[in-house]
Design a protein around this ligand. Structure first.
Ligand code: UT7
Length: 315
């Protein structure tokens, strides 16, 4: 396939490091030096559905196709207010599409799981145009009293429209179960037949363990894709890495011995927006004219599971 349009949407509310330092025992210097984040957008009066729909509409507008032309909608999401129906169904109705749709939970890698699924459906001859939307609200998963996590995340939505083409050169997805390093449990409705305790825990994260996994996974995924397609690191024009921590991105950049300009960042403005991170970055670069036709682009992400994913494509 080929990406023919992108879009994104952000909440209105900006939460700066300074604001967080009045809520928990933290400070701007710690957050900036350890993560690269200066501020993040956090959902207040808007809904995640509205942002997902807005990002989807913008991606369709950018692609120049109508919602009626879509053959499939894939929405990557970890949590939203609805348990059911799927967020993709809500998006489908709002944009006026009629195609089948499905949600997937690939944690922060959801966008790349979506691209991989779209490509597989395309190769099987079942679809021509696919919308992949990533919409995430981690601010509703974590404790705002826990300084080790509340400074890291932000909310947002990003989307891409894929259509006929042979620009996706290779993808790689991995999963290795390590469910105690990064998870959240939420309460379900009580049942008279269920005697198990019901847990309702905010996001729990062992930061250093995730950091090590993330750096190793990203570097091994990128190397795998380069080996598979026969390119050297120098041949890649842009590396778009999951915006979780600028130190992880720097580590990957140094190992690949590449210049800073090839690793665009927006983490300073949005923090870690989970699976929305990559499509938001992609949309920013696209609209700023920073992606040239034919450029070689690598995307790479990691997240809870642990899962990781990467993709090499021509723009
Ligand atoms: O999408 C995937 C999601 N997760 C990630 O990508 C996270 C990956 N991990 C990381 O990005 C980093 O591990 C963190 C940013 C979470 C933490 O950075 P670190 O350099 O690994 O710090 P640390 O956990 O070793 O903590 C160092 C110190 C500790 O104090 P002591 O024990 O040395 O006294 C922490 O209690 O920093 C303290 N600390 C803070 N201090 C000020 C932890 N959070 C904060 C904070 N403000 N917000």
């Amino acid at each position: 396939m080929k990406i023919i349009g992108t879009g994104c949407s952000h909440p209105q509310k900006i939460v700066t490091n300074q604001m967080l330092s009045q809520m928990v025992d933290t400070n701007d210097e710690w957050i900036v030096t350890r993560t690269g984040i200066k501020e993040r957008r956090v959902v207040s009066s808007e809904t995640l559905e509205d942002m997902a729909i807005d990002a989807a509409r913008k991606a369709l507008g950018n692609a120049g196709i109508s919602a009626k032309d879509l053959d499939f909608i894939i929405c990557s999401n970890v949590v939203n207010e609805y348990v059911t129906p799927a967020l993709s169904c809500i998006i489908q109705g709002a944009i006026g599409a009629t195609c089948p749709c499905v949600d997937l939970n690939g944690a922060c890698v959801g966008f790349l799981y979506g691209i991989d699924m779209a490509e597989a459906y395309y190769r099987s001859g079942r679809v021509k145009n696919v919308l992949v939307v990533s919409a995430e609200e981690p601010s509703r998963m974590l404790s705002w009293e826990d300084r080790t996590v509340c400074v890291l995340f932000g909310d947002g939505a990003g989307a891409a429209v894929l259509s006929e083409g042979d620009n996706i050169l290779a993808t790689r997805l991995t999963a290795s179960s390590s469910t105690f390093s990064l998870y959240q449990k939420h309460e379900l409705q009580p049942s008279p037949f269920n005697t198990k305790p019901n847990s309702n825990l905010p996001l729990v994260m062992c930061g250093q363990e995730v950091f090590k996994f993330a750096a190793n996974a990203s570097i091994s995924d990128v190397r795998y894709l380069l080996d598979k397609t026969g390119y050297q690191p120098d041949a890649v024009d842009k590396y778009l890495l999951h915006q979780a921590n600028v130190r992880i991105i720097e580590m990957v950049r140094e190992i690949l011995k590449q210049p800073k300009e090839k690793f665009p960042l927006n983490i300073q403005k949005y923090g870690n927006t989970s699976s929305a991170s990559l499509p938001i970055l992609l949309d920013e670069l696209n609209r700023e004219g920073r992606l040239k036709e034919g450029e070689l682009i690598v995307l790479s992400a990691f997240g809870a599971g642990f899962v990781s994913g990467s993709c090499i494509m021509r723009w």
